[in-house]
Design a protein around this ligand. Structure first.
Ligand SMILES: [Fe+2]
Length: 245
């Protein structure tokens, strides 16, 4: 199937619109209707937002395939049901990643990750305490895996900065506020220590969440959480620095 490039987006769909577009599946579950027949509840998403959908026919052929993180081609109709928009699907086809442009399906920061990261490193460069600075650099300058994740991670699954690069946007914003606070209160605050708080208070989220496609909590994130994961990281980096000659 030749998949047309995406022009129809979830947030724009209105009652009675006919739908022919690609989406990313955010959620899917099979339920049983009053008539005893299975149907599928879905939440479809793209970078504009999300919309609920129902599949009433041929459900069994799609079970196990129309699942979270898969891209799909959908034909159907948007309708208003109990005041909520819902796409009733007539045709559903699973797509491969190379048939779509993945950027169209995940919302991202309006700000450029590289520029944000340069801003973050700019704050690191102004640190005075050599130990605090070495700790910041060991994470934000010398660890390629962490750097890559910090540029991509959302800050949350929902609520605040819940989009690609949202975490970095949040951390740069917080560090800027801390910079202002340290200027305002001068000698009463330790600017370098405040910065470490800005950099590391949410850093565990790079492992707490998975964000290759649909954002969700990882198993480690559910069991341990970003606060402890952040503490573990700082602890590990301090040990590594101490072990250096
Ligand atoms: Fe935070």
């Amino acid at each position: 199937m030749l998949v047309p490039s995406k022009t129809q987006f979830a947030k724009d769909l209105k009652d009675k619109d006919s739908v022919a577009s690609t989406f990313l599946i955010k959620f899917s579950a099979v339920a049983v209707g009053k008539n005893g027949k299975p149907y599928m509840n879905l939440v479809l998403m793209d970078k504009s937002g999300e919309i609920e959908a129902r599949l009433w026919e041929d459900v069994t052929q799609h079970v196990g395939q129309a699942v979270r993180d898969n891209f799909i081609w959908v034909e159907g109709r948007c309708q208003s049901y109990q005041g909520r928009r819902q796409v009733v699907i007539n045709k559903l086809q699973i797509l491969r990643e190379d048939q779509v442009e993945p950027k169209q399906y995940v919302s991202e920061s309006f700000l450029d990750p590289e520029a944000l990261y340069a801003q973050l490193l700019g704050y690191v460069d102004t640190m005075q305490d050599p130990y605090y600075k070495a700790l910041a650099e060991s994470v934000l300058k010398d660890d390629a895996d962490i750097m890559d994740r910090v540029k991509r991670a959302p800050a949350a699954k929902s609520v605040h900065h819940a989009y690609k690069t949202g975490l970095l946007e949040h951390v740069v914003s917080i560090t800027g506020i801390l910079d202002g606070l340290s200027k305002h209160y001068g000698k009463y605050l330790d600017r370098d220590l405040l910065f470490l708080g800005g950099f590391f208070h949410d850093i565990g989220k790079i492992w707490e969440l998975s964000y290759d496609r649909v954002t969700d909590y990882t198993m480690e994130g559910k069991l341990i959480g970003h606060l402890v994961m952040g503490v573990e990281l700082v602890d590990r980096k301090i040990r590594e620095l101490e072990a250096q000659p």
